[in-house]
Design a binder for this molecule. Structure first.
Ligand code: NDP
Length: 300
């Protein structure tokens, strides 16, 4: 059954019992000089979950935006990611110190590995063991991964103890990754959609056009008097995913949070599912290597 608007809760419960606000706010490609204002505006709008990454170069400004919002630290769920150059047990423990130092916090709510390193899976496992230790020490409340395919999850689960709470992956109507979503579900890992409104289909050169202009999406948005972005966010939420849309524009930050007063029908959800083209727009996970993607993450 499709849940009604009222049935959608704002929080999702992770596999370790921690509550995650389903709709978060992303800051990939948000320049540091715009990040404080964007994060502060998002929090004043009602978002209570910010997704950043060591590799985004704006953790310091995310921390400042949170402080300027006037909210207590405990009211905001902070998610960040360890970059591949910091994989390795001790290096990843230190990467926590770098991120926490820049954010200005002593505890991170959700700390995830940004990518699998298929050619150095030993380093990926070492990094994940460091996350397990940080969780055991109470320095992070939940741990997880990003861009892990089914085979990466299987290998990780075979070599570590804590099942990731979250797998953050590219999901929008043009690329749904059904097999990874299924693998996540099988392991009780929450799927979290990056580029949830298909940002990567229009901010990056490539084939296929923008999902924001897709006729099926615009037909459904017209039927509800909502925007294409709002329809896609609703699709994620009704299918049980977390979503983390990004914007630097105050009106869009508000628009993307205004998704709790309508519900898509089963037919509309199925029509959106039917747009899947099977073409990845982000980097191919198998191609992620230290040689091609490595870069130094500065100290705090
Ligand atoms: P999104 O799907 O969130 O789209 C963002 C783009 O859409 C921006 O160009 C933004 O421009 C524009 N936009 C935002 N709101 C609207 C709207 N209502 N109508 C029309 N356009 C809009 O893509 P992202 O790739 O940014 O993904 C979201 C977040 O996911 C990132 O910020 C990051 O936190 C995470 N992410 C993680 C990755 C990973 O590897 N783990 C990879 C990529 C993203 P403007 O700012 O000008 O409004």
């Amino acid at each position: 059954m499709t849940p009604s608007a009222e049935m959608i809760t704002m929080n999702l419960t992770l596999n370790n019992g921690v509550q995650l606000p389903a709709l978060g706010f992303g800051v990939f490609q948000t320049p540091p000089e715009e990040t404080v204002q964007a994060v502060e505006h998002a929090l004043r709008t009602g978002y209570r979950h910010i997704d950043t990454a060591a590799a985004y170069g704006n953790e310091r400004e995310v921390g400042e935006g949170i402080r300027r919002s006037g909210l207590d630290r405990d009211e905001v769920f902070i998610e960040t990611k360890i970059w591949i150059s910091d994989y390795g047990y001790d290096t990843t423990l230190h990467a926590f110190d770098k991120s926490a130092g820049k954010l200005g916090v002593d505890r991170i709510d959700l700390l995830i590995l940004h990518q699998a390193l298929p050619s150095r899976f030993d380093l990926t496992v070492e990094a994940y063991r460091a996350l397990e230790q940080l969780q055991a020490d109470g320095k992070v409340r939940a741990i997880g991964v990003s861009n892990f395919m089914r085979e990466h999850l299987d290998e990780l689960l075979g070599k570590t103890t804590v099942v990731p709470a979250v797998n953050q992956i590219e999901v929008h109507p043009y690329f749904k990754q059904p097999d990874v979503l299924a693998a996540d579900t099988e392991h009780e890992i929450l799927s979290q959609a990056w580029s949830p409104i298909g940002g990567i289909t229009f901010y990056q050169e490539g084939q296929g056009g923008s999902v924001l202009d897709d006729p099926t999406v615009t037909r459904i948005s017209s039927a509800h008097g909502k925007s294409p972005a709002q329809v896609m966010l609703r699709w994620h939420l009704q299918q049980g995913r977390s979503a983390i849309p990004k914007s630097v524009k105050p009106a869009r930050i508000e628009e993307n949070f205004d998704v709790f007063d309508f519900a898509l029908t089963d037919a509309e959800l199925a029509a959106l599912d039917g747009l899947h083209r099977g073409v990845r727009r982000g980097p191919e996970p198998a191609d992620i290597t230290l040689e091609s993607f490595g870069r130094e993450i500065p100290e705090a």
